[in-house]
Design a protein. Structure first.
Length: 226
């Protein structure tokens, strides 16, 4: 086996794991209301979240670098519960905001911690509870709206989400170690950043699943197989 072949095989297995595995460990869940910011009108208050007519997206992200998102008709527990059960390992620790819809759902997982944004509570350090990760995914959707797509129509919103989440899920952690000087001396600081997997490597991982599946292009430039 050539050295590069071994490296590619390892990457293929890694990509396959990303595509197939449920979210696990600590999983943060939140809803996003996708759409352009309401235009200001004098004397009129325009709501940005709940209570608007913007499409609702359920987003879940674990702290291992993986996330899922789907368009949902409403943010009720009966709608969100089955999706979360399908997405997440039952041994996961669920972290959400104070939305009551998650209370019953949380009982189906190993633990459920909440942060109450309404009371200006954004983290609970003793429990490791915050939803910063899933909010980072939501911000990627908003940035794509501002800088790339400019408009995310409801009809094709799921396709846009799949594109954004594909990029999020195909990153690799890079650990940086540096020495920081303090009054008491020098200490070692470790930080993890996430870098995109090179596009060529992504395509290699994707196309390895095409063998024997007769993958073909569609007239709309998608991919189909039997």
């Amino acid at each position: 086996m050539r050295p590069s072949q071994g490296r590619r095989t390892k990457l293929h297995h890694s990509l396959g794991h990303y595509l197939a595995s449920p979210l696990s460990g600590t999983v943060e869940v939140d809803e996003a209301f996708v759409g352009g910011a309401p235009k200001f009108k004098k004397g009129v208050k325009n709501k940005r979240g709940r209570g608007t007519k913007k499409p609702i997206v359920l987003v879940a992200a674990d702290r291992n670098g993986q996330a899922k998102a789907t368009l949902v008709p409403n943010a009720q527990g009966a709608t969100l519960g089955p999706i979360m059960t399908e997405w997440m390992d039952p041994q996961s620790i669920l972290i959400t905001d104070g939305n009551r819809a998650y209370r019953k759902i949380g009982k189906t997982f190993a633990a459920h911690h909440r942060v109450n944004h309404g009371a200006r509570q954004y983290s609970r350090p003793s429990l490791g509870a915050h939803i910063n990760t899933v909010e980072a995914v939501n911000s990627q959707v908003e940035r794509a709206l501002v800088g790339v797509y400019h408009r995310l129509g409801r009809k094709h919103l799921q396709r846009y989400l799949d594109e954004i989440l594909w990029r999020w899920n195909h990153r690799q952690p890079v650990v940086k170690v540096r020495q920081k000087s303090t009054k008491s001396g020098t200490r070692t600081v470790t930080a993890t950043t996430w870098k995109p997997i090179p596009v060529v490597e992504q395509m290699r991982g994707l196309l390895c699943y095409a063998i024997g599946r007769q993958m073909r292009r569609t007239p709309e430039w998608g991919l189909i197989w039997p």
